[in-house]
Design a protein around this ligand. Sequence first.
Ligand code: PEP
Ligand code: MN
Length: 338
Amino acid sequence: MIIVMAPGSTEADLENVKKKIKEEGLDYHLSTGSSRTIVGVIGDKKAVSRLEMHCCLSGVEKTVRITEKYKLVSREFKGENSVIDVDGVKIGGGAPVVMAGPCAVESMEQLLEAAKAVSEGGAQFLRGGAFKPRTSPYDFQGMAEDGLKMLKEAADINGLKVVTEVLDQRTVDTVAEFADVLQIGARNMQNFQLLKEVGRAGKPVMLKRGLCATIKEWLNAAEYIMSAGCDDVIFCERGIRTYETYTRNTLDLSAVVAIKELSHLPIIVDPSHATGRRSMVRPMSMAAIAAGADGVIIEVHPHPEIALCDGDQSLRPEDFKFVMEDINRMSEILRGGR
Ligand code: PEP
Ligand code: MN
């Protein structure tokens, strides 16, 4: 249930509401907008009903039952789009945000080349995995903490923010030290302990869709993160498993529309992992923006032919420039420009 506080309600009204919630053994989550405060009530159904009965408290405009299991994430909870501000870079509602860089951090040299190219192209974030979730244990597993340090340094030199994957609970704090946005990879979308832990880390979280996850499972995964205290969750559609094998995965662009209908949180698209093919990154990036995505995350490698991971889907720096131009053009068209 959510409790909508009336526009003119006082701090004392809110304190009273919080007190009543606690008295029923329930928990709450506050969302303070520019015009009103919304209190999300979480917990046992019977206790919520009891609370509802005496919720004609002073300062309360109305109470609304949220029928879905995911609540804080839902459109019912918050009508307007959430804009996530990562130190001045806004994700959601405005110009598309672009995150780009290699699949994995391999060396400082590789990273500096990639970071320079993506920054010159107009990206705001440098991506790159220091902890890699690989299908085979014999494949390159990432440079761990050394990789994180390189990522941060290359990003700082080029005026970029860092988005990087956190693979397990034990390294959440370490990754949070270097990252501006914590990435939860597809394989960990339902690692609930990890979701709770990143929700407590104090950083925005980009939640990739699981390989076989339904949209509702994905929304519930985001609810884990939000209910642990993080308001800044970004969805990332990265393709799902289907019977098709020509592409690495199948990009589900309808998920962008579904997430916009069901949630107030921003969503970006990863055309690199969704297709596995360099040639498809440009058209799918444009399609993502046209479908209403708030941005894209793209793999760029200075020398894809010798990449330790995902070379076939990585753009060359010179191609990245053209993709950026097309993304910007598409975004301008959508805003009514020419
Ligand atoms: C990645 O972005 O580095 C990655 C491993 O992607 P996914 O989790 O979507 O497979
Ligand atoms: Mn990759």
